[in-house]
Design a protein around this ligand. Structure first.
Ligand SMILES: Nc1nc2c(ncn2[C@@H]2O[C@H](COP(=O)(O)OP(=O)(O)OP(=O)(O)O)[C@@H](O)[C@H]2O)c(=O)[nH]1
Ligand SMILES: [Mg+2]
Length: 425
């Protein structure tokens, strides 16, 4: 709820290498934090790094560093200090008191960007929910934003009673948002069912790797593309022809980043269902990034958390046009058997991409036919649940279903259908 002011704001960044976190990793993470700050509308004046064996429970960094930063903040009148790691509510409060400026952590900054980027009512709801969950424990005396927004209670600095009132307001608001999101999620499910006769592919990947650019190219749509982080929050689904008469439904959605705030993932549930409900994943990677392998790991971990880690996946290495040295491609080729190299902006190897997607679809799914007596309602409904029904024909007392099913389910389903004494195959 700390809103960055209109126009550019100047800031300092702070990173802390510890025993678990090497200096090199922290420097990379800080470079990314600088991009996040830029996306949020802040100019980075400087970066402070302090090696520590142990995080200080009250101040996160050491007393000497706190003093050094205090002098810098006063001298240059810096309004904002951003930490690359998450601060506890106590650390945040103490540091704001020490420096008399705004202090944000990485999660707070990401939430702020999401809030500015959210366009649809669904995204706005999801971001607000994440922000409230994040700010509830951080609610302090200075904090009056929500009570003002919800009806002008308390325009002066609130006392303890005011904070209690704010907390109650927030909890009520959280409950309301959760209810709305449940309804939205149900609507999405109905929409997906309506389109269920097509294979669904979801574009996943780190933020800014070119997912939206690729969908635009494949479907002629005009999803917003930008060389900043989190250009896309709302899912867009389009038909994409793969050739040979096969169309698939492809969805572009929010990108991931390291240390993605837990609250954000939890509240973006309905958006992220586009990923968990997909048949196959197209994991887009910016192969020109120096840290692409780290990014792959972060995406894989996030997918694992979402329960989508086991889905059939094609690795799509994008931005090959930016590679000065292509020898890296051979190494990647060995490491990832199911992969393709493309450039979405230059249109390089898009036909190869489509072939690989088609191959994955054909490899993972088969279209099978089942004929059953119409009285076998229980088995019929299990078949409906198992795959996508492409055709159903009723004849006399039997029904014939053509269903696209995962290849690995084939045997089990035929046995299920054959297990009925009167079933015909
Ligand atoms: N050089 C080059 N740039 C690309 C390529 N594909 C995308 N880009 C650029 O990368 C930037 C990010 O592209 P987007 O399509 O917005 O990326 P995204 O993955 O949708 O990003 P988020 O929605 O922010 O997660 C834009 O500036 C694109 O023009 C490519 O093949 N080569
Ligand atoms: Mg995008």
């Amino acid at each position: 709820m700390i809103e960055l002011a209109e126009g550019r704001e100047r800031c300092l960044l702070v990173g802390v290498p510890t025993r678990q976190n090497t200096r090199e990793a922290v420097e990379e993470s800080l470079a990314e934090l600088a991009l996040l700050a830029d996306t949020a509308g802040a100019d980075v004046l400087g970066t402070v790094i302090q090696d520590r064996d142990r995080i200080d429970p009250a101040l996160f960094i050491g007393k000497g560093k706190v003093e050094e930063i205090r002098q810098r903040v006063q001298q240059d009148r810096i309004p904002l200090v951003i930490f690359d790691d998450d601060l506890s509510p106590v650390q945040l409060r103490n540091l704001e008191r020490e420096w008399e400026c705004k202090v944000l952590d990485r999660s707070g900054l990401i939430l702020d960007i999401f809030a500015a980027r959210a366009k649809s009512s669904e995204a706005k709801c999801q971001v607000e929910l994440a922000q409230l969950e994040y700010f509830l424990p951080r609610l302090t005396r200075q904090w009056t934003h929500l009570s003002k927004q919800l009806g002008g209670i308390g325009t002066k600095g609130p006392g303890e009673t005011q904070i209690e009132t704010d907390r109650r307001l927030i909890r009520t608001r959280i409950a309301h948002l959760k209810e709305r999101l449940t309804r939205i999620s149900q609507q999405r499910m109905t929409q997906r069912k309506g389109r269920s006769s097509h294979t669904r592919a979801s574009l996943v990947g780190y933020t800014n790797v070119g997912k939206s650019t690729l969908l635009n190219l494949l479907s002629g749509s005009d999803v917003f593309v930008e060389n900043r982080l989190f250009a896309t929050l709302d899912p867009t689904t389009r038909y994409v022809p793969l050739g040979g008469g096969t169309d698939i439904l492809m969805t572009d959605t929010v990108g991931f980043i390291r240390k993605l705030p837990h609250h954000l993932v939890a509240s973006f549930k309905s958006t992220l269902e586009e990923i968990t409900e997909a048949d196959i994943l197209l994991h887009v990677v910016d192969v020109s990034s120096a840290t692409y392998d780290d990014q792959i790991r972060v995406v894989e971990e996030t997918l694992e958390d979402l329960g989508a880690g086991q889905k059939p996946t094609l690795m799509v290495f994008n931005k090959v046009d930016r590679l000065p040295d292509r020898s890296v491609l051979a190494r990647i080729g060995e490491q990832y058997p199911s992969r393709v190299f493309i450039s979405a902006t230059r249109g390089i190897n898009i036909s190869g991409f489509k072939e690989e997607v088609l191959r994955l679809v054909q490899q993972e799914f088969v279209v099978e036919q089942f004929t059953l007596p119409q009285t076998e309602q229980r088995v019929i409904s299990r078949l409906f649940d198992a795959g996508e029904v492409l055709e159903k024909v009723y004849e006399d007392n039997s029904v014939t279903l053509r269903i696209r099913i995962p290849r690995k389910e084939r045997e089990r389903l035929h046995q299920l259908a054959a297990g009925r004494p009167s079933s015909a195959r």
